[in-house]
Design a protein around this ligand. Structure first.
Ligand SMILES: Nc1ncnc2c1ncn2[C@@H]1O[C@H](COP(=O)(O)OP(=O)(O)O)[C@@H](O)[C@H]1O
Ligand SMILES: [Mg+2]
Length: 249
């Protein structure tokens, strides 16, 4: 479904990814691990087409077709969605208003404010419940005063709401307590069962105790340093990333 081919990326004249290749199929979880600053978020931003992430070499393909010429909006409409590591707060914009606008946009409705489909409000409430946010959060301003864990829940709320084909989760477990991590794992399993292709970016291996990845790639200094199955995540959990210094790859 998603294929990253020999990707080299520059941000502000600095190379942040070098020759990175990986792929993820429908119904699979591909975990991307690596120490801080190894390029995990840069990979996510480049895939969604965030301005400033300049592809120097390589390609990104969705179902065999390059998305490089597509804007961030076009890629989103094509079904690529990123749940951000650090989602921003948006003062004055309520959760339900953003959610309705996002769904309306998907449905091609000209008016973004009125639900284009009568089932939208009910969907918003049921998905809020699914991610463990009380229903009055529909009327809260997006991420304003949210705890770290609530921001993560709100990101997952959007993933379930927009129902993309390719889901990139950037550290969805950071800042969550153990129940939160379990909830994230349940949502990932649900997405997997629904045939989504999931790129799971995570610094720690603990989430993978609850959801086994089909493949694990470790980035180090912007390059693929190791690749394997779930046992690679277990090794990181046991040893940290020190074994990469001995020349992983
Ligand atoms: N917008 C940016 N401007 C400058 N440097 C950046 C930017 N985005 C990423 N980088 C740099 O790229 C490297 C990789 O960062 P990042 O992709 O965020 O790593 P990770 O998510 O693995 O912690 C870091 O050295 C970071 O400082
Ligand atoms: Mg990051």
């Amino acid at each position: 479904m998603l294929e990253v081919r020999n990707l080299t990326v520059k941000v502000e004249e600095r190379v942040v990814l070098r020759g990175v290749s990986l792929s993820v199929n429908a119904g699979e979880v591909h975990a991307v691990m690596g120490p801080n600053g190894s390029g995990k978020s840069s990979l996510a931003y480049t895939i969604i087409g965030r301005p400033g992430y300049e592809v120097i070499e390589g390609d990104i393909l969705l179902n065999g077709k390059s998305v490089l010429e597509m804007s961030i909006d076009e890629r989103s409409r094509a079904g690529i969605l990123l749940a951000f590591q650090e989602p921003p707060a948006v003062k004055g914009l309520r959760v339900a208003v953003l959610a309705t606008a996002a769904l309306n946009k998907r449905l091609g409705a000209p008016d973004l404010t009125k639900p284009a489909d009568p089932s939208i409000p009910e969907r918003i409430y049921s998905i809020l419940e699914r991610v463990g946010l009380p229903s009055d959060y529909a009327y809260r301003e997006v991420n304003v005063g949210f705890s770290g864990g609530e921001k993560k829940r709100h990101e997952l709320f959007h993933v379930l709401l927009l129902d993309p084909k390719v889901v990139i989760l950037d550290e969805p477990d950071s800042g969550l307590d153990v129940d939160g991590v379990r909830m994230v794992a349940e949502v990932i399993k649900e997405l997997k069962n629904r045939g989504k292709a999931i790129l799971l970016i995570t610094h720690y291996a603990r989430l993978m105790r609850f959801v086994k990845p089909d493949e694990v790639t470790i980035l180090y200094n912007g390059e693929v340093a190791a690749r394997g199955g779930p046992e690679l995540a277990e090794r990181v959990e046991a040893e940290g990333y020190s074994f990469l210094n001995g020349g992983g790859r």
